[in-house]
Write a protein that binds this ligand. Structure first.
Ligand code: SF4
Length: 264
């Protein structure tokens, strides 16, 4: 389903949907996979997904944020050649860019692709880099969603580090799901992990922490849209603080781009 960088995800969606629902065989396949891996570990889910012709070619999408190193480490243990996509919005903290290089080297990730919006798209839609001040949804679409959708064209699905505890929109997250608007399979090996599991895994494996975590950032996105969080606050409350927006829009659920938590 080729589309150029200037096409919107909704245009992609229209192409995919064409007025019809995603085929039932795909949903049946995901149901089977969830039953098959119901009691399996994150590693088993990831290994099973990467080595399953039924799932197809996968890419791991990582923000190299506060908890990203866990999924990256598990993936590297399974296959260091796993396709890793990192979306550089060119609005990230310097610490994130440095951490990305450190983690990729430490885990010896050999197949990492840095994804960016094209210069032409930036010049046309955000020439002075202030779009995030006026319209965060448009900025996320320009700098994250569309570049990622373009990069995912060559893949049948993608692997995400999302977890149930992170937001209301993620409370029913399964290991495998169908991304309605694109018809791709999405794999969420850490879906059932609790915050304590994430921390324990990082400590047991002596994984490097994102340097901003120690400065009060438990969830890390772009610099202009991420603020520190006080003790007791929701860990994601520092993302787009003060706005009715909790997700960047790279995830689709129930036929819609997810930008708000259900409790928002
Ligand atoms: S998080 Fe903020 S700066 Fe980053 S792409 Fe979205 S709106 Fe733009």
């Amino acid at each position: 389903m080729p589309h150029d960088d200037n096409s919107s995800v909704s245009a992609v969606s229209a192409l995919n949907l064409g007025g019809s629902e995603i085929s039932d065989p795909l949903k049946d396949k995901v149901t089977r996979l969830n039953a098959q891996f119901k009691h399996h570990s994150a590693t088993a889910v990831l290994e099973g997904a990467l080595n399953n012709d039924d799932v197809g070619k996968l890419a791991l999408v990582s923000s190299f944020g506060a908890e990203s190193v866990v999924l990256l480490h598990i993936a590297a243990m399974v296959d260091r050649n796993v396709n890793v996509l990192f979306v550089d919005t060119e609005m990230l903290f310097t610490e994130t860019l440095e951490y990305q290089l450190e983690v990729a080297e430490r885990l010896n990730l050999t197949n990492l692709q840095v994804i960016k919006a094209s210069q032409a798209a930036l010049d046309a839609e955000d020439p002075d880099g202030t779009l995030h001040q006026r319209d965060t949804d448009a900025c996320c679409s320009l700098r994250k969603t569309r570049p990622l959708q373009k990069a995912l064209r060559g893949f049948d699905g993608w692997i995400s580090g999302r977890k149930r505890f992170q937001a209301g929109t993620r409370a029913a997250l399964e290991f495998f799901e169908v991304e309605d608007l694109t018809g791709r399979i999405k794999v969420n090996p850490l879906a059932h992990w609790a915050p304590a599991d994430v921390l324990a895994y990082m400590e047991e494996n002596r994984l490097p922490r994102h340097p901003l975590v120690a400065k009060g950032y438990p969830s890390i996105g772009c610099a202009p849209c991420t603020s520190p969080v006080k003790p007791g606050e929701d860990p994601r409350s520092g993302r787009w603080r003060g706005q009715d927006k909790t997700e960047c829009g790279i995830h689709f659920e129930n036929g819609k781009m997810v930008r708000k938590g259900v409790n928002a």
